[in-house]
Design a protein around this ligand. Structure first.
Ligand SMILES: [Fe+2]
Ligand SMILES: [Fe+2]
Length: 472
Protein backbone atom coordinates (compact mmCIF):
# COMPACT_ATOMS: atom_id res chain seq x y z
CA UNK A 1 0.00 0.00 0.00
CA UNK A 2 1.39 3.37 -0.99
CA UNK A 3 1.01 6.03 1.66
CA UNK A 4 2.25 9.53 2.29
CA UNK A 5 4.89 8.14 4.64
CA UNK A 6 6.09 5.62 2.12
CA UNK A 7 6.13 8.12 -0.73
CA UNK A 8 6.67 11.60 0.63
CA UNK A 9 4.82 13.94 -1.70
CA UNK A 10 3.23 17.32 -2.07
CA UNK A 11 0.75 16.31 -4.77
CA UNK A 12 -1.88 15.10 -2.32
CA UNK A 13 -1.36 11.57 -3.51
CA UNK A 14 -3.81 9.95 -1.07
CA UNK A 15 -6.70 11.97 -2.49
CA UNK A 16 -6.08 10.84 -6.06
CA UNK A 17 -7.08 7.17 -6.03
CA UNK A 18 -6.53 6.58 -9.72
CA UNK A 19 -2.99 7.91 -9.62
CA UNK A 20 -2.28 6.13 -6.37
CA UNK A 21 -3.34 2.81 -7.90
CA UNK A 22 -1.24 3.39 -11.01
CA UNK A 23 1.83 4.13 -8.93
CA UNK A 24 1.14 1.17 -6.64
CA UNK A 25 1.22 -1.01 -9.69
CA UNK A 26 4.47 0.50 -10.94
CA UNK A 27 6.35 0.67 -7.63
CA UNK A 28 7.24 -3.04 -7.21
CA UNK A 29 8.64 -3.08 -10.74
CA UNK A 30 10.71 -0.05 -9.91
CA UNK A 31 12.09 -1.68 -6.76
CA UNK A 32 12.91 -4.80 -8.71
CA UNK A 33 14.70 -2.69 -11.31
CA UNK A 34 16.62 -0.89 -8.54
CA UNK A 35 17.73 -4.21 -7.06
CA UNK A 36 18.75 -5.66 -10.43
CA UNK A 37 20.22 -2.58 -12.06
CA UNK A 38 21.09 -0.25 -9.16
CA UNK A 39 24.29 -0.23 -7.05
CA UNK A 40 25.66 -3.78 -7.05
CA UNK A 41 26.64 -5.21 -3.70
CA UNK A 42 25.11 -2.42 -1.61
CA UNK A 43 21.46 -3.36 -1.45
CA UNK A 44 20.90 -5.39 1.69
CA UNK A 45 23.59 -4.95 4.29
CA UNK A 46 24.60 -1.33 3.99
CA UNK A 47 23.06 1.70 5.63
CA UNK A 48 23.76 4.92 3.78
CA UNK A 49 23.64 8.42 5.24
CA UNK A 50 21.46 10.06 2.59
CA UNK A 51 19.34 13.10 2.17
CA UNK A 52 15.67 12.44 1.50
CA UNK A 53 13.38 15.18 0.25
CA UNK A 54 10.28 15.18 2.44
CA UNK A 55 8.96 18.57 1.34
CA UNK A 56 10.03 21.43 -0.91
CA UNK A 57 10.85 23.98 1.80
CA UNK A 58 14.52 24.34 2.74
CA UNK A 59 14.33 22.29 5.97
CA UNK A 60 12.20 19.52 4.53
CA UNK A 61 14.50 19.25 1.63
CA UNK A 62 17.59 18.60 3.71
CA UNK A 63 16.45 15.68 5.82
CA UNK A 64 19.31 13.25 6.54
CA UNK A 65 19.04 9.70 7.79
CA UNK A 66 20.64 6.27 7.42
CA UNK A 67 18.68 4.04 5.06
CA UNK A 68 19.14 0.81 3.20
CA UNK A 69 19.10 1.77 -0.46
CA UNK A 70 16.03 -0.22 -1.57
CA UNK A 71 14.14 1.38 1.34
CA UNK A 72 14.90 4.93 0.25
CA UNK A 73 11.68 6.96 0.23
CA UNK A 74 11.45 8.10 -3.37
CA UNK A 75 9.07 11.03 -3.24
CA UNK A 76 7.06 13.13 -5.66
CA UNK A 77 7.56 16.87 -5.41
CA UNK A 78 6.54 19.85 -7.45
CA UNK A 79 7.93 23.30 -6.75
CA UNK A 80 5.29 25.66 -5.37
CA UNK A 81 3.03 27.12 -8.05
CA UNK A 82 3.70 30.66 -9.25
CA UNK A 83 0.40 32.58 -8.90
CA UNK A 84 -1.09 33.66 -12.25
CA UNK A 85 1.82 32.19 -14.18
CA UNK A 86 1.73 33.06 -17.89
CA UNK A 87 3.27 31.38 -20.92
CA UNK A 88 6.70 32.93 -21.30
CA UNK A 89 7.61 32.29 -24.95
CA UNK A 90 6.44 31.12 -28.37
CA UNK A 91 3.13 31.55 -30.19
CA UNK A 92 1.00 31.53 -27.02
CA UNK A 93 3.10 34.08 -25.18
CA UNK A 94 1.19 35.83 -22.39
CA UNK A 95 -1.70 33.33 -22.15
CA UNK A 96 -2.31 31.45 -18.86
CA UNK A 97 -0.20 28.30 -18.48
CA UNK A 98 -1.81 24.87 -18.91
CA UNK A 99 -2.79 22.58 -16.05
CA UNK A 100 -3.71 19.81 -18.49
CA UNK A 101 -2.01 18.54 -21.64
CA UNK A 102 -3.53 20.08 -24.80
CA UNK A 103 -4.50 17.28 -27.22
CA UNK A 104 -2.55 18.72 -30.13
CA UNK A 105 0.73 18.71 -28.17
CA UNK A 106 0.25 15.41 -26.42
CA UNK A 107 2.75 13.46 -28.54
CA UNK A 108 5.43 16.11 -28.43
CA UNK A 109 5.13 16.51 -24.67
CA UNK A 110 5.17 12.79 -24.11
CA UNK A 111 8.31 12.51 -26.19
CA UNK A 112 10.03 15.27 -24.21
CA UNK A 113 9.10 13.69 -20.88
CA UNK A 114 10.09 10.17 -21.95
CA UNK A 115 13.44 11.37 -23.32
CA UNK A 116 14.21 13.18 -20.07
CA UNK A 117 12.88 10.27 -18.00
CA UNK A 118 15.03 7.73 -19.84
CA UNK A 119 18.27 9.43 -18.81
CA UNK A 120 17.51 9.11 -15.08
CA UNK A 121 17.56 5.31 -14.62
CA UNK A 122 20.21 5.08 -17.35
CA UNK A 123 22.80 6.88 -15.25
CA UNK A 124 22.07 4.63 -12.26
CA UNK A 125 22.71 1.65 -14.51
CA UNK A 126 25.92 3.13 -15.87
CA UNK A 127 27.27 3.68 -12.36
CA UNK A 128 26.18 0.42 -10.76
CA UNK A 129 29.65 -1.10 -10.37
CA UNK A 130 31.44 1.94 -8.99
CA UNK A 131 30.77 1.22 -5.32
CA UNK A 132 33.30 -1.58 -5.23
CA UNK A 133 36.06 0.77 -6.39
CA UNK A 134 35.23 3.76 -4.22
CA UNK A 135 38.01 6.11 -3.09
CA UNK A 136 36.37 6.69 0.33
CA UNK A 137 33.15 6.30 2.31
CA UNK A 138 32.46 9.98 1.72
CA UNK A 139 32.56 9.43 -2.06
CA UNK A 140 30.61 6.20 -1.81
CA UNK A 141 27.84 8.05 -0.03
CA UNK A 142 27.85 10.81 -2.65
CA UNK A 143 27.58 8.23 -5.42
CA UNK A 144 24.53 6.70 -3.74
CA UNK A 145 23.02 10.13 -3.10
CA UNK A 146 23.26 10.88 -6.81
CA UNK A 147 21.84 7.44 -7.64
CA UNK A 148 18.79 7.67 -5.38
CA UNK A 149 18.05 11.16 -6.68
CA UNK A 150 18.25 9.98 -10.28
CA UNK A 151 15.77 7.32 -9.18
CA UNK A 152 13.59 10.10 -7.78
CA UNK A 153 13.84 11.98 -11.07
CA UNK A 154 12.53 8.88 -12.78
CA UNK A 155 9.62 8.90 -10.30
CA UNK A 156 9.04 12.57 -11.19
CA UNK A 157 8.71 11.79 -14.91
CA UNK A 158 6.62 8.69 -14.25
CA UNK A 159 4.30 10.79 -12.09
CA UNK A 160 3.72 13.09 -15.09
CA UNK A 161 3.21 10.17 -17.47
CA UNK A 162 0.71 8.50 -15.16
CA UNK A 163 -1.11 11.71 -14.33
CA UNK A 164 -1.49 13.29 -17.77
CA UNK A 165 -1.02 10.68 -20.49
CA UNK A 166 -3.45 7.87 -19.60
CA UNK A 167 -2.81 4.44 -21.03
CA UNK A 168 0.08 5.60 -23.23
CA UNK A 169 1.74 7.15 -20.24
CA UNK A 170 1.46 3.94 -18.23
CA UNK A 171 3.03 1.99 -21.11
CA UNK A 172 5.87 4.46 -21.36
CA UNK A 173 6.46 4.19 -17.60
CA UNK A 174 6.89 0.43 -17.97
CA UNK A 175 9.28 0.82 -20.87
CA UNK A 176 11.43 3.21 -18.87
CA UNK A 177 12.29 0.20 -16.70
CA UNK A 178 12.79 -2.12 -19.67
CA UNK A 179 15.38 -0.29 -21.72
CA UNK A 180 18.89 -0.73 -20.32
CA UNK A 181 22.05 1.28 -20.62
CA UNK A 182 24.37 -0.32 -23.16
CA UNK A 183 21.91 -3.11 -23.98
CA UNK A 184 22.24 -4.12 -27.61
CA UNK A 185 18.55 -4.82 -28.21
CA UNK A 186 16.94 -2.27 -25.92
CA UNK A 187 19.43 0.52 -25.30
CA UNK A 188 18.71 3.82 -23.60
CA UNK A 189 17.52 6.54 -25.97
CA UNK A 190 20.54 8.86 -25.92
CA UNK A 191 24.06 7.74 -26.69
CA UNK A 192 25.94 9.26 -23.75
CA UNK A 193 23.71 7.15 -21.50
CA UNK A 194 24.87 3.92 -23.09
CA UNK A 195 28.55 4.48 -22.34
CA UNK A 196 29.84 2.52 -19.34
CA UNK A 197 31.15 4.43 -16.33
CA UNK A 198 33.45 2.02 -14.58
CA UNK A 199 36.05 4.29 -13.03
CA UNK A 200 35.72 7.31 -10.76
CA UNK A 201 37.38 9.76 -13.14
CA UNK A 202 34.58 9.02 -15.59
CA UNK A 203 32.01 9.31 -12.79
CA UNK A 204 33.21 12.78 -11.78
CA UNK A 205 33.42 13.95 -15.42
CA UNK A 206 29.94 12.54 -16.05
CA UNK A 207 28.44 14.37 -13.07
CA UNK A 208 30.28 17.55 -14.09
CA UNK A 209 29.36 17.53 -17.79
CA UNK A 210 26.48 15.15 -18.41
CA UNK A 211 24.51 16.09 -15.30
CA UNK A 212 25.06 19.66 -16.45
CA UNK A 213 23.35 18.77 -19.71
CA UNK A 214 20.56 17.61 -17.37
CA UNK A 215 20.62 21.11 -15.93
CA UNK A 216 20.33 22.64 -19.46
CA UNK A 217 17.40 20.43 -20.32
CA UNK A 218 15.65 20.92 -16.98
CA UNK A 219 16.08 24.68 -17.21
CA UNK A 220 14.48 24.74 -20.64
CA UNK A 221 11.66 22.41 -19.53
CA UNK A 222 11.06 24.49 -16.40
CA UNK A 223 10.00 27.29 -18.80
CA UNK A 224 7.30 25.02 -20.24
CA UNK A 225 3.68 26.11 -20.62
CA UNK A 226 2.64 22.78 -19.10
CA UNK A 227 2.70 23.96 -15.50
CA UNK A 228 3.10 20.54 -13.78
CA UNK A 229 6.15 19.87 -16.00
CA UNK A 230 7.57 23.26 -15.14
CA UNK A 231 7.06 22.76 -11.41
CA UNK A 232 8.45 19.22 -11.42
CA UNK A 233 11.61 20.16 -13.28
CA UNK A 234 12.12 23.25 -11.14
CA UNK A 235 12.37 21.07 -8.05
CA UNK A 236 14.64 18.57 -9.84
CA UNK A 237 17.11 21.37 -10.51
CA UNK A 238 17.84 21.73 -6.81
CA UNK A 239 19.01 18.11 -6.74
CA UNK A 240 20.86 18.42 -10.02
CA UNK A 241 23.00 21.16 -8.47
CA UNK A 242 24.28 18.63 -5.94
CA UNK A 243 25.25 16.19 -8.70
CA UNK A 244 27.37 18.83 -10.38
CA UNK A 245 28.90 19.70 -7.01
CA UNK A 246 29.97 16.06 -6.70
CA UNK A 247 31.54 16.16 -10.17
CA UNK A 248 33.24 19.50 -9.90
CA UNK A 249 34.68 18.93 -6.43
CA UNK A 250 35.62 15.35 -7.30
CA UNK A 251 37.83 16.54 -10.16
CA UNK A 252 39.08 19.44 -8.03
CA UNK A 253 40.22 16.97 -5.36
CA UNK A 254 41.95 14.79 -7.96
CA UNK A 255 43.75 17.87 -9.34
CA UNK A 256 44.76 18.87 -5.83
CA UNK A 257 46.23 15.46 -5.18
CA UNK A 258 47.91 15.28 -8.59
CA UNK A 259 49.69 18.57 -7.84
CA UNK A 260 50.84 17.27 -4.45
CA UNK A 261 52.14 14.07 -6.01
CA UNK A 262 53.90 15.95 -8.82
CA UNK A 263 55.80 17.99 -6.27
CA UNK A 264 56.65 14.86 -4.34
CA UNK A 265 57.83 12.96 -7.39
CA UNK A 266 59.73 15.88 -8.88
CA UNK A 267 58.06 17.75 -11.74
CA UNK A 268 59.77 15.90 -14.54
CA UNK A 269 58.57 12.52 -13.28
CA UNK A 270 55.40 10.87 -14.58
CA UNK A 271 52.88 11.17 -11.74
CA UNK A 272 51.63 7.68 -12.54
CA UNK A 273 54.83 6.27 -11.05
CA UNK A 274 53.50 7.42 -7.66
CA UNK A 275 49.93 6.31 -8.30
CA UNK A 276 48.42 9.64 -9.29
CA UNK A 277 46.30 10.66 -12.25
CA UNK A 278 48.31 12.74 -14.71
CA UNK A 279 46.83 15.93 -16.13
CA UNK A 280 46.81 14.68 -19.78
CA UNK A 281 44.61 11.76 -18.68
CA UNK A 282 42.27 14.15 -16.86
CA UNK A 283 42.10 16.30 -20.03
CA UNK A 284 41.24 13.26 -22.18
CA UNK A 285 38.32 12.33 -19.94
CA UNK A 286 37.17 15.92 -19.97
CA UNK A 287 37.26 15.84 -23.80
CA UNK A 288 35.28 12.61 -23.86
CA UNK A 289 32.40 13.64 -21.58
CA UNK A 290 32.18 17.23 -22.76
CA UNK A 291 31.86 16.16 -26.41
CA UNK A 292 29.32 13.43 -25.61
CA UNK A 293 27.30 15.96 -23.60
CA UNK A 294 27.37 18.50 -26.44
CA UNK A 295 25.72 15.84 -28.59
CA UNK A 296 22.89 15.55 -26.05
CA UNK A 297 21.75 19.05 -27.03
CA UNK A 298 20.81 17.77 -30.51
CA UNK A 299 21.36 19.04 -34.03
CA UNK A 300 22.40 22.63 -34.61
CA UNK A 301 19.49 23.25 -36.97
CA UNK A 302 16.35 21.53 -35.79
CA UNK A 303 12.72 21.83 -36.85
CA UNK A 304 11.73 19.86 -33.73
CA UNK A 305 13.38 22.43 -31.52
CA UNK A 306 11.60 25.17 -33.48
CA UNK A 307 8.27 23.47 -32.99
CA UNK A 308 8.86 22.88 -29.25
CA UNK A 309 9.60 26.57 -28.91
CA UNK A 310 6.71 27.80 -31.07
CA UNK A 311 4.26 25.61 -29.15
CA UNK A 312 5.59 26.76 -25.78
CA UNK A 313 6.74 23.31 -24.70
CA UNK A 314 10.47 23.86 -24.24
CA UNK A 315 11.99 27.32 -23.85
CA UNK A 316 15.48 28.70 -23.49
CA UNK A 317 17.43 28.52 -20.23
CA UNK A 318 16.50 31.64 -18.26
CA UNK A 319 13.91 32.71 -20.82
CA UNK A 320 13.08 35.86 -18.84
CA UNK A 321 16.59 37.24 -19.37
CA UNK A 322 15.96 37.52 -23.15
CA UNK A 323 14.41 40.74 -24.54
CA UNK A 324 12.07 39.06 -26.94
CA UNK A 325 10.10 35.86 -26.40
CA UNK A 326 8.18 35.22 -29.59
CA UNK A 327 11.31 35.15 -31.75
CA UNK A 328 9.56 34.90 -35.07
CA UNK A 329 11.76 37.05 -37.25
CA UNK A 330 15.05 36.82 -35.42
CA UNK A 331 18.16 35.13 -36.80
CA UNK A 332 21.08 33.29 -35.29
CA UNK A 333 24.47 33.64 -36.91
CA UNK A 334 25.69 30.06 -37.12
CA UNK A 335 28.93 28.51 -38.26
CA UNK A 336 28.65 25.79 -40.89
CA UNK A 337 31.38 23.57 -42.27
CA UNK A 338 31.36 23.43 -46.06
CA UNK A 339 34.03 22.27 -48.51
CA UNK A 340 36.46 21.86 -45.66
CA UNK A 341 36.01 25.43 -44.44
CA UNK A 342 33.91 27.17 -41.80
CA UNK A 343 31.32 29.58 -43.20
CA UNK A 344 28.77 31.57 -41.22
CA UNK A 345 25.13 31.91 -42.22
CA UNK A 346 21.98 33.27 -40.67
CA UNK A 347 19.47 30.70 -39.48
CA UNK A 348 15.98 31.42 -38.18
CA UNK A 349 16.43 31.68 -34.42
CA UNK A 350 13.64 29.21 -33.69
CA UNK A 351 15.46 26.58 -35.74
CA UNK A 352 18.64 27.29 -33.81
CA UNK A 353 17.20 26.72 -30.33
CA UNK A 354 19.37 23.65 -29.67
CA UNK A 355 22.42 25.73 -30.44
CA UNK A 356 21.19 28.56 -28.21
CA UNK A 357 20.90 26.09 -25.33
CA UNK A 358 24.29 24.62 -26.20
CA UNK A 359 25.79 28.13 -25.99
CA UNK A 360 24.41 28.47 -22.49
CA UNK A 361 25.78 25.03 -21.60
CA UNK A 362 29.27 25.72 -22.95
CA UNK A 363 29.43 28.92 -20.91
CA UNK A 364 28.40 27.10 -17.74
CA UNK A 365 31.05 24.39 -18.34
CA UNK A 366 33.74 26.97 -19.11
CA UNK A 367 33.17 28.65 -15.74
CA UNK A 368 33.79 25.31 -14.04
CA UNK A 369 37.05 24.78 -15.93
CA UNK A 370 38.24 28.23 -14.83
CA UNK A 371 37.67 27.15 -11.21
CA UNK A 372 39.66 23.94 -11.78
CA UNK A 373 42.54 25.85 -13.32
CA UNK A 374 42.82 28.01 -10.20
CA UNK A 375 43.98 24.89 -8.36
CA UNK A 376 46.76 24.28 -10.88
CA UNK A 377 47.68 27.93 -10.69
CA UNK A 378 47.80 27.93 -6.90
CA UNK A 379 50.26 25.04 -7.04
CA UNK A 380 52.47 26.93 -9.50
CA UNK A 381 51.76 24.48 -12.33
CA UNK A 382 51.99 25.66 -15.91
CA UNK A 383 49.47 23.04 -17.18
CA UNK A 384 45.86 24.12 -17.74
CA UNK A 385 42.70 22.22 -18.57
CA UNK A 386 40.56 23.45 -21.45
CA UNK A 387 37.25 22.65 -23.10
CA UNK A 388 37.79 21.21 -26.57
CA UNK A 389 36.30 23.04 -29.54
CA UNK A 390 32.65 22.17 -30.02
CA UNK A 391 33.41 20.53 -33.38
CA UNK A 392 35.67 17.96 -31.70
CA UNK A 393 34.49 14.32 -31.51
CA UNK A 394 30.85 14.93 -32.36
CA UNK A 395 28.44 12.10 -33.05
CA UNK A 396 25.35 14.23 -33.69
CA UNK A 397 24.78 17.32 -35.80
CA UNK A 398 26.58 18.83 -38.74
CA UNK A 399 30.11 18.08 -37.53
CA UNK A 400 29.47 14.41 -36.94
CA UNK A 401 30.66 13.35 -40.41
CA UNK A 402 34.03 15.08 -40.03
CA UNK A 403 37.08 14.99 -37.80
CA UNK A 404 38.60 17.84 -35.86
CA UNK A 405 41.31 18.18 -33.27
CA UNK A 406 40.50 19.80 -29.88
CA UNK A 407 41.34 23.22 -31.34
CA UNK A 408 38.77 22.74 -34.09
CA UNK A 409 41.34 22.20 -36.86
CA UNK A 410 39.96 19.81 -39.52
CA UNK A 411 41.68 16.43 -39.87
CA UNK A 412 41.48 13.65 -42.42
CA UNK A 413 40.08 10.31 -41.24
CA UNK A 414 43.62 8.97 -41.36
CA UNK A 415 45.06 11.77 -39.22
CA UNK A 416 42.22 11.29 -36.75
CA UNK A 417 42.82 7.54 -36.46
CA UNK A 418 46.47 8.14 -35.83
CA UNK A 419 46.00 10.75 -33.16
CA UNK A 420 42.64 10.17 -31.46
CA UNK A 421 44.15 8.62 -28.35
CA UNK A 422 46.21 11.75 -27.83
CA UNK A 423 42.87 13.36 -27.05
CA UNK A 424 40.54 10.61 -25.85
CA UNK A 425 41.02 7.88 -23.21
CA UNK A 426 42.74 4.79 -24.59
CA UNK A 427 42.45 1.21 -23.43
CA UNK A 428 45.77 1.68 -21.59
CA UNK A 429 44.42 4.75 -19.77
CA UNK A 430 41.34 2.83 -18.64
CA UNK A 431 43.48 -0.05 -17.46
CA UNK A 432 45.69 2.28 -15.49
CA UNK A 433 42.69 3.92 -13.82
CA UNK A 434 41.18 0.57 -12.93
CA UNK A 435 44.51 -0.56 -11.49
CA UNK A 436 44.67 2.34 -9.02
CA UNK A 437 40.99 1.89 -8.14
CA UNK A 438 41.06 -1.88 -7.74
CA UNK A 439 41.02 -1.73 -3.93
CA UNK A 440 38.01 0.13 -2.51
CA UNK A 441 38.58 2.32 0.55
CA UNK A 442 35.94 1.60 3.20
CA UNK A 443 37.75 2.92 6.27
CA UNK A 444 36.17 6.15 7.60
CA UNK A 445 38.40 9.16 6.99
CA UNK A 446 40.79 7.39 4.65
CA UNK A 447 41.08 8.37 0.96
CA UNK A 448 42.58 6.64 -2.05
CA UNK A 449 46.02 7.87 -2.98
CA UNK A 450 44.87 9.64 -6.18
CA UNK A 451 42.34 11.98 -4.54
CA UNK A 452 42.53 14.61 -1.79
CA UNK A 453 39.95 14.63 1.05
CA UNK A 454 37.11 17.16 0.73
CA UNK A 455 37.24 20.40 2.71
CA UNK A 456 34.05 19.59 4.57
CA UNK A 457 31.91 16.56 5.29
CA UNK A 458 28.23 16.13 4.47
CA UNK A 459 25.60 17.96 6.53
CA UNK A 460 28.21 19.31 8.94
CA UNK A 461 29.44 15.84 9.80
CA UNK A 462 33.20 15.36 10.01
CA UNK A 463 35.11 14.10 6.97
CA UNK A 464 35.87 10.85 8.81
CA UNK A 465 32.18 10.22 9.61
CA UNK A 466 30.97 6.70 8.82
CA UNK A 467 28.84 7.71 5.82
CA UNK A 468 28.09 4.12 4.89
CA UNK A 469 27.67 1.55 7.66
CA UNK A 470 27.70 -2.17 7.30
CA UNK A 471 25.14 -4.06 9.29
CA UNK A 472 26.78 -6.16 12.00
FE1 LIG B 1 18.44 13.56 -12.95
FE1 LIG C 1 21.69 14.32 -12.10
Amino acid sequence: MISAEKIPNNVNLSSNKRLQRALEHWQPKYIQWWRDMGPQGFQDYHHVYVRTAISVDPEGWAHFEYVKLPEYRWGIFLADPTPDRRIGFGDFFGQPVWQEVPGEFRNQLRRLIVTQGDTEPASVEQQRLLGRRCPSLYDLRNLFQVNVEEGRHLWAMVYLLHSYFGRDGRDEAEELLERQSGNRDKPRILEAFNEPIDNWLDFFMFTMFTDRDGKSQLMSLSESSLDPLSRTTRFMLTEEAHHMFVGETGIARILERTCQLMKQAGYSEDVRTVGGIDIPTIQKHLNQWFSLSLDLHGSEVSSNAASYFANGLKGRAKEDTFDEHIVKNAYYNMEFFEDGKPVTKDVLMRNAMNEVLRDWYVGDCAAGVVRWNRILEAHGMSDRLALPDRKFHRGIGMYSGFHFDPNGVPLTAEQWEKRKYDWLPSEADSEYLLSIMAEPVYEPGRFANYIAPPRRGVNQQPVDFEYVRTEQ
